[in-house]
Ligand binder design. Structure first.
Ligand code: 13P
Ligand code: SF4
Length: 314
């Protein structure tokens, strides 16, 4: 069904009525990115949540992002359009199992990717995102033993790039694991002038063919700044909306995935991110539900490593 202008007007009116802000991740559908007050990567969204004066935050992203916003803003109402918008990486790291893993390495500091639950954040020394991970890992002295969780691909990429051994948790992203090395090489051969850009959640077999690796915002900056005319992009295709808006003259090709997707033809879309719709954004602002709640003392414990990250990212 086509979305009429009424829905956009309704959302704008609700935003004013609630003194609300809409924060959206680059993987959200284009209409949500269009109506959002701010669109960004995980770090930029956490910074925006920390700085907002709004009473209500509607977080159009996945659960761990909205939860981070709530941890930073216990006095504000934080709603997510669809409460079931989860994340395979966050799900791959349950707090009980991670506590046992951590106990086996009592001298290690715990560096955790923001894609995890509040329970995991509370067990961490510092949080990172893909845009600040290198800097934060390097802030630890070389002799310091480090655990990195939950994404083994990002962890392995950092270890290799920084020449720094880390103890890795074995988690991964269902979206970024799907890209096929064999098909990527074939696509490169057919498009020899295209630059390959990839998110570090991709497997090493894909990252080794990338000319540039970075967070969603870094990939966007690369497309804008590069002299190349075409790009093979190995990440969730929601970012294409902003890339194409910022650089309409550039050609963007989706990195190919293993197999095919007979039902939707869009298996590299994040099924969690895509649970959110414009209608659900409207409903969440109207009903102030589903709201995120993080009970104490979990919230205070999870807050410390997030604040450390934000401090180290200034
Ligand atoms: P970014 O922080 O790079 O936007 O990544 C978020 C994410 O979930 C990637 O899968
Ligand atoms: Fe999680 Fe992967 Fe979706 Fe990002 S793309 S939210 S890491 S499942």
């Amino acid at each position: 069904m086509a979305i009429g202008p009424d829905l956009f007007d309704e959302i704008e009116a609700l935003k004013k009525e609630r003194n609300a802000i809409i924060l959206a991740h680059y993987y959200q559908e284009p209409d949500i990115q269009e109506i959002a007050d701010f669109v960004g990567d995980s770090l930029q969204l956490a910074q925006a949540a920390q700085g907002t004066k709004a009473d209500v935050i509607c977080f159009a992203g996945v659960h761990f992002m909205a939860e981070t916003a709530k941890i930073l803003n216990p006095g504000k109402t934080v709603v997510i359009p669809d409460l079931d918008a989860g994340c395979s990486l966050a799900d791959s790291c349950p707090p009980d199992a991670f506590a046992a893993f951590k106990a086996r390495h009592p001298h290690a500091k715990v560096i955790t990717y923001i894609n995890c639950s509040a329970g995991i954040k509370a067990l961490s020394d510092v949080i990172v995102t893909s845009s600040n991970a290198e800097r934060i890992v390097e802030s630890f002295p070389p002799e310091q033993e480090l655990i990195f969780a939950p994404d083994r691909n990002l962890g392995a990429w950092l270890s290799e790039k920084l020449g720094r051994k880390m103890i890795l948790w074995d988690g991964s992203c269902i979206v970024h694991e799907q890209f096929s090395e064999r098909k990527l090489v074939q696509l490169k051969v057919r498009n020899p002038d295209a630059e390959v850009i990839a998110h570090p959640e991709c497997e090493a077999s894909v990252l080794r063919h990338a000319d540039f690796v970075g967070s969603t915002s870094a990939l966007l900056s690369r497309v804008k700044a590069s002299d190349r005319r075409s790009f093979i992009v190995a990440t969730e295709p929601g970012i294409f909306h902003e890339m194409q808006r910022a650089a309409p003259e550039k050609t963007l090709l989706e990195a190919p995935i293993h197999g095919s997707c007979p039902t939707t033809g869009a298996c590299n879309e994040c099924p969690h991110m895509k649970r959110n719709t414009l209608e659900k954004v409207r409903d969440s602002l109207r009903d102030l539900s589903p709201a995120i709640d993080v009970p104490e003392p979990l919230r205070s414990r999870a807050l410390q490593p997030i604040l450390r990250m934000l401090e180290l990212s200034r």
